[in-house]
Design a protein. Structure first.
Length: 163
């Protein structure tokens, strides 16, 4: 199998950075006008933080998603490689403009057990929203979710036959 490497979309993060900086500027303007300093400082702090995250994402050139010989690695999940033999299925789910590939795993606890307590709570929230506990968030990636899902299903099926 040819390795697929996907990095974050710089264009996506530049747009997010511009939007964040616009709200920071609005907060500064509100502050300068003397109107509602609490709202102004809240906007400056929140969207300033968003701008920092956006800047980091623009500068970060590490792969975000790697589909390779051993399995699937999503750097944002912080669970390591999801091995092919553990993937029973996958489906695409979209929610509020965000796209996910939900992985149906043979033993989800093998991966959710390595998550932080916050990560485990988020996995439970995913389940309650109709996702699987381990889902690949493709937001901010220049990749077609349906093609990723098709590739995962095909490769997992080939690997299952080989076990």
């Amino acid at each position: 199998m040819e390795r697929v490497i996907v990095r974050s979309s710089r264009r996506h993060w530049v747009v997010m950075l511009i939007g964040s900086m616009t709200f920071v500027a609005a907060g500064v303007l509100v502050l300068a006008m003397g109107a509602n300093p609490l709202a102004a400082w809240s906007a400056i702090a929140f969207f300033g933080g968003c701008a920092l995250v956006g800047t980091w994402q623009i500068l970060d050139s590490r792969p975000r998603l790697v589909i390779g010989e051993r399995g699937v690695f999503d750097r944002t999940l912080k669970i390591g490689v999801i091995e092919w033999q553990d993937i029973n299925g996958a489906f695409v789910k979209r929610l509020q403009g965000n796209t996910f590939v939900c992985l149906e795993l043979r033993d989800p606890a093998k991966y959710t057990g390595t998550l932080s307590p916050t990560g485990r709570r988020l996995a439970e929230v995913n389940r309650n929203l109709g996702f699987t506990p381990i889902s690949l968030n493709l937001t901010g990636l220049n990749v077609d979710a349906d093609r990723v899902c098709e590739l995962l299903l095909k490769e997992a099926a080939v690997r299952r036959v080989g076990r």
